[in-house]
Design a protein around this ligand. Structure first.
Ligand code: PMP
Length: 433
């Protein structure tokens, strides 16, 4: 694979940008080698600056559920842009996107748009604190909610990938306000609520943990969290930045039949432009400024380009059979990968919920960060590199999800499975080395 242009760009980027990247997960720190600079995408494929083509399962880390450069999303952005890119005043597009989200997610009565998932979770926590008059936050080990001070404790995603225990720059007093419990462990949460319930403003978690690989909730876990938080007057924040409109037309909360107090969104609702949102019960949302006293604002919040990209993306998911097709494609991929791993004799635990999936290089079972974190990351790195060399791009970390989009064809999936057969064999060699 030719990588001269990427290497030249990286050399300059390293002089100008910390680590050469604008988000740590883009570096290939955990898998070795150097990140590729991407130049364009179309449907299920991306091309790097050297002209290499890849079947892409990163999907910009989740937003691109309909694939890259979807003509309808591009047309919506172009049409909106022709009338101006930002006003800082209300626009109809904001109402239309809010209407769509509220109509699809029953627990969301009111919603506020922000610019990223991080902003969404940080604002939701502030609101939960104001609503309850309590300070303490409970989060789940291995869940990632953006780079919010209170939530970078025992976080997933890049924090887990790079084995960063806590982050310098976060005051101890802030970190001390966060209690961490394991995923899928209702007893641990029950004990924390019993001991600290009156201090706890909120419990925040991902319904399907997607930042420590992919770890689905055990049956009854989310319903149990709902019950416990309600019993203690604690705000239940469901972080659906990744899962929202990804695993189901109404998000993971409709898939699993639970109603959180607040939901955070991002990724798919922005269609590849910078959008986040938080919403939920009107009684709580009405405390947000200017209706209420909880201040939260943004120069570019509800930006017209972002709103139109999000609307177009969501409209694409409303095509008949959209999620059913994703399910079929994603199952085909997971089955094929599992066969490849078995044939290569590599112990791999496969998890999949709809179009999110992950192959843990461990015999499993995997149910939380403790069981995920014993994965053989060296074997994963060999697998990753072998896939990349064969034209398949997945997230450069064991602890991230792989996303199937509606733009993937059966031929893409089958080509990926063929590449993965060889990649698992490469991983097997690393294990015995
Ligand atoms: N919450 C979850 C569940 C996420 O997966 C992410 C990003 N991967 C975030 C929050 C933060 O979103 P952003 O990167 O847009 O700030």
């Amino acid at each position: 694979m030719q990588t001269e242009r990427s290497r030249a760009l990286l050399a300059e980027a390293l002089r100008l940008i910390p680590g050469g990247v604008n988000s740590p997960v883009r570096a290939f720190t955990a898998v070795g080698g150097e990140p590729l600079f991407l130049a364009r995408g179309a449907g299920a494929h991306v091309w790097d600056v050297d002209g290499n083509r890849f079947i892409d399962y990163l999907g910009s880390w989740g937003p691109l559920i309909a694939g890259h450069a979807h003509p309808k999303v591009l047309a919506a952005i172009a049409e909106t842009a022709a009338h101006g890119t930002s006003f800082g005043a209300p626009t109809e597009l904001e109402v239309r996107l809010a209407r769509k989200v509220v109509s699809r997610v029953p627990s969301i009565e009111k919603i506020r748009m922000v610019n990223s998932g991080t902003e969404a979770t940080l604002s939701a926590i502030r609101l939960a604190r104001a609503h309850t008059g309590r300070d303490r936050v409970v989060k789940v080990e291995g869940c990632y909610h953006g780079h919010v001070d209170a939530l970078l404790v025992s976080a997933g995603s890049g924090v887990a990938t790079l084995s960063i225990p806590g982050t310098p720059g976060i005051p101890d007093a802030v970190a001390a306000q966060t209690t961490v419990v394991p995923f899928n462990d209702l007893d641990a949460l029950r004990a924390v609520l019993a001991a600290q319930g009156r201090e706890i403003a909120c419990v925040i978690l991902e319904p399907i943990a997607g930042n420590m690989g992919v770890v689905p909730p055990r049956p009854g876990y989310l319903a149990g969290v709902r019950e416990l938080t309600r019993a203690h007057g604690v705000v239940f924040i469901l972080d659906e930045v990744m899962t929202g409109f990804r695993v189901h037309a109404g998000g993971a909360q409709v898939l699993y039949g639970i109603e959180p107090d607040l939901t955070t969104l991002g990724k798919v609702i922005g269609g590849g432009l910078p959008v986040g949102a938080y919403g939920g019960r009107a009684e709580i949302m009405d405390k947000v400024s200017p209706q209420g006293p909880v201040y939260q604002a943004g120069t570019l919040s509800g930006n017209p380009l972002a709103m139109s990209a999000g609307l177009a993306n969501l409209e694409l998911t409303e095509a008949p059979g959209f999620y059913a097709r994703l399910e079929t494609l994603s199952a085909r991929l997971a089955d094929g990968l599992a066969e490849g791993a078995a044939a290569a004799g590599v112990p791999v635990t496969f998890h999949r919920v709809g179009s999110m999936q992950c192959a843990f290089f461990t015999a499993g079972p995997v149910s939380d960060w403790k069981s995920a974190s014993i994965s053989d990351t060296r074997a994963f790195a060999a697998y990753f590199r072998a896939l990349l060399e064969r034209g398949v791009y997945i997230a450069p970390s064991q602890y991230e999800a792989l996303f199937v989009s509606a733009a993937h064809s059966e031929a893409d999936i089958d080509a990926t499975i063929a590449a993965a057969r060889e990649a698992f064999t490469a991983a097997a060699r690393t294990r015995s080395a």
